[in-house]
Design a protein around this ligand. Structure first.
Ligand SMILES: Cc1cc2nc3c(=O)[nH]c(=O)nc-3n(C[C@H](O)[C@H](O)[C@H](O)COP(=O)(O)OP(=O)(O)OC[C@H]3O[C@@H](n4cnc5c(N)ncnc54)[C@H](O)[C@@H]3O)c2cc1C
Length: 289
């Protein structure tokens, strides 16, 4: 810190899960560092100045993925690892588009959840999957439905002594997709994103909308309309929705959004993009069985 007026920062390299939880409970105001692809940007711009950091990138317990009909993805799993196995087609599609190879090598799903930005690309997918966020502290573990986890832009109900240890969901089959619009295909924050998951076995449709409200939005009317399409066509069979049905689904998706005008796009453009993506997503996913 030579030549700097900034106070020193202590960095503890976590040796294991228990060690990290002990640190979070015994040291006040500790900031978790995973891949650092969000946190280091905040530090470099002087927007955050933590006194204490605990690094979790060497904690093996957080880095795995387990599948047995149910998926448990450790918070430390990087996007590059997800390209090999994401436990969800839509999540694999989201992971493929995140940042650059360097960002994907370091960035983790736990970091996307920790930042809790409405523009986080994995978050609409977790919403559509009806995922559970697993939080652990020295006092114990709590399992929070993703729908309750985000409380506002970059806000969640995670307590300071809690570590995000995993995200979990039921395997939903191949009929799922993630799409987004941005100014270019990579290295750009999404202007609007949409994940759609059709779990044919459970007769369930989940849709998650990103970058078009303070949190990730679930468009309930659009989900209900889509369920009706599958009730009619048969859940087990691939089908091609009519153009008017796809358009109606897009309309319902756009109607549920609460977008704002900002530097990335106008509210009107976001609604338009969501309507187009909603129609495309149902047309794509309905044909996958
Ligand atoms: C050039 C660039 C491009 C990017 N492109 C995209 C993109 O296309 N899509 C996208 O969604 N994001 C993108 N990002 C943002 C970032 O890469 C992701 O949000 C990533 O998932 C953050 O993960 P991380 O492991 O690096 O988190 P970190 O930066 O280490 O941490 C982020 C936040 O989460 C907290 N945190 C991390 N892990 C945990 C945990 N296990 N428990 C509790 N809190 C935790 C940290 O304290 C911090 O507040 C980009 C960033 C950069 C710099």
């Amino acid at each position: 810190m030579c030549g700097s007026d900034n106070p020193p920062v202590s960095v503890h390299v976590g040796r294991g899960l228990d060690d990290v939880l002990e640190h979070l409970s015994s040291v006040p105001n500790v900031t978790v560092l995973a891949g650092g692809t969000d946190l280091m940007v905040e530090l470099n711009f002087g927007r955050r100045r933590p006194e204490h950091i605990v690094a979790i990138d060497r904690v093996g317990e957080l880095a795995g993925i387990e599948r047995n009909g149910h998926v448990r993805m450790g918070a430390g799993l990087t996007y590059t690892r997800m390209l090999a196995d994401a436990g969800s087609q839509a999540l694999a599609e989201a992971a493929r588009t995140i940042g650059s190879p360097q960002i994907r090598n370091a960035g983790t799903i736990g970091g996307n959840l920790g930042t809790a930005s409405p523009a986080g690309d994995t978050l609409p997918v977790l919403a559509a999957l009806d995922a559970t966020v697993v939080l652990r502290s020295k006092a114990g573990e709590r399992r929070v439905p993703f729908a309750d986890y985000m409380t506002g832009p970059k806000k969640s109900l995670r307590r300071a002594d809690e570590l995000i240890v995993a995200a979990e969901w039921d395997e939903a089959g191949p009929a799922q997709t993630y799409m987004f619009v941005s100014t270019r295909n990579a290295m750009a924050i999404s202007i609007a994103g949409l994940a759609m998951v059709v779990d044919r076995a459970r007769k369930r449709v989940g849709i998650g909308l990103g970058s078009c409200g303070p949190t990730i939005i679930r468009p309930a009317d659009a989900e209900g309309f889509a369920r009706g399409l599958f009730d009619e066509a048969g859940w087990e069979r691939p089908h091609r929705p009519s153009e008017s049905a796809a358009k109606e689904l897009g309309r319902l998706v756009a109607a549920a959004a609460r977008p704002i005008d900002d530097v990335r796009g106008t509210a009107a453009y976001r609604r338009h993009a969501l309507a187009v993506m909603g129609a495309r997503a149902i047309s794509r996913v309905a044909q996958i069985a």
